[in-house]
Design a protein around this ligand. Structure first.
Ligand SMILES: [Zn+2]
Length: 139
């Protein structure tokens, strides 16, 4: 039996540079992780996520939420990794310069206290309740 393929495990792996997606025996890719293939109900295995993907679509977001106040406006993008698409926040590029088809790498931002670089938010007590996000950056 495979271990429970939770979203946290998925983010952990992404943050470690070992991102994956799920594929069934019919090679239907899927994300986020779930127990069975959403298309055929088959069992899933983990496959390595390609290091880069192409922006399939994007949306400029003008309303800042507290977590992203430094980044507003920011861009959310759907990135095509071949077998799967992944949605996240696009960093490191002006919203005006984002183009569909641009190549991006994927990582994880937020909830980084374990890595020791989460400075200064304050008030973060207790366990990993900080919300983490999938982030993309231009290659
Ligand atoms: Zn399937």
């Amino acid at each position: 039996m495979a271990r429970d393929a939770g979203y946290d495990d998925f983010l952990d792996a992404l943050a470690d540079g070992t991102g994956y997606y799920l594929a069934c025996e019919n090679d239907h890719g899927s994300l986020p992780p779930r127990r069975v293939c959403p298309r055929c109900g088959g069992d899933l295995r983990e496959e390595p996520l390609p290091e880069t993907g192409d922006v399939a679509s994007y949306t400029e977001v003008h309303v800042a939420t507290p977590s992203f106040v430094d980044d507003a406006p920011y861009v959310t993008a759907v990135v095509d990794f071949g077998p799967v698409n992944l949605t996240g926040i696009l960093r490191g590029v002006d919203a005006d310069d984002v183009e569909t088809g641009m190549t991006v790498t994927v990582g994880v931002d937020g909830g980084a206290s374990a890595e020791g670089e989460a400075g200064g938010d304050g008030g973060e007590t207790g366990d990993a309740e900080t919300e983490r996000s999938v982030v993309f950056e231009p290659r």
